[in-house]
Design a protein around this ligand. Structure first.
Ligand code: 5GP
Ligand code: ZN
Length: 140
């Protein structure tokens, strides 16, 4: 299923042109128009899913292997020494396009720090409370 109002549905389906680096029956991989680094790519499923929580399991199973292939190609031809795989869900997490997608961001020696955070200090009571409530929610 696609969504007529979704720009990534249009790009994935080829209705809007994009710098495509890979395509098969399930996915189109394109270069990001606002790259975090040179070669920043996006994996777009051709089917419309709002986010990871809605993603079909058979599509989901193919995403990480594809991300690994894209990353390996980046290391081979772009000269990056690593890459980040980033996937945002919800506005507070930085999602701006509500069609599931995965960012593959090449990382270069001496390049800017990104996809990072300052570690906090875990409180053991809080960890126990959180893990109990999540464990319960995961059962349903
Ligand atoms: P999000 O913030 O939702 O995780 O990521 C959306 C990404 O899509 C951003 O990195 C943004 O630069 C990219 N983007 C938004 N619109 C377009 C577009 O029309 N074409 C391409 N190639 N990238 C886009
Ligand atoms: Zn869509």
């Amino acid at each position: 299923m696609t969504d007529n109002n979704c720009i990534f549905c249009k790009i994935a389906g080829g209705e809007i042109p994009s710098a495509t680096v890979y395509e098969d029956s399930d996915f189109r991989v394109i270069l990001d128009l606002g790259p975090a680094s040179r070669g920043h790519a996006l994996i777009l499923p051709k089917e419309h899913f709002k986010d990871l929580c809605e993603l079909d399991e058979s599509v989901a199973a193919k995403v990480l292997p594809l991300a690994g292939k894209v990353g390996a190609a980046m290391k081979e031809v772009l000269g990056c020494s690593g890459f980040n795989v980033v996937q945002n869900n919800g506005e507070t997490a930085g999602q701006t396009v509500f069609h599931f997608h995965v960012h593959i961001i090449p990382r270069y020696e001496g390049g800017p720090a990104m996809v990072t955070w300052t570690p906090g200090n875990a409180d053991s009571t809080e960890l126990a409370e959180i893990s109990d409530s999540l464990k319960e929610a995961m059962k349903s």
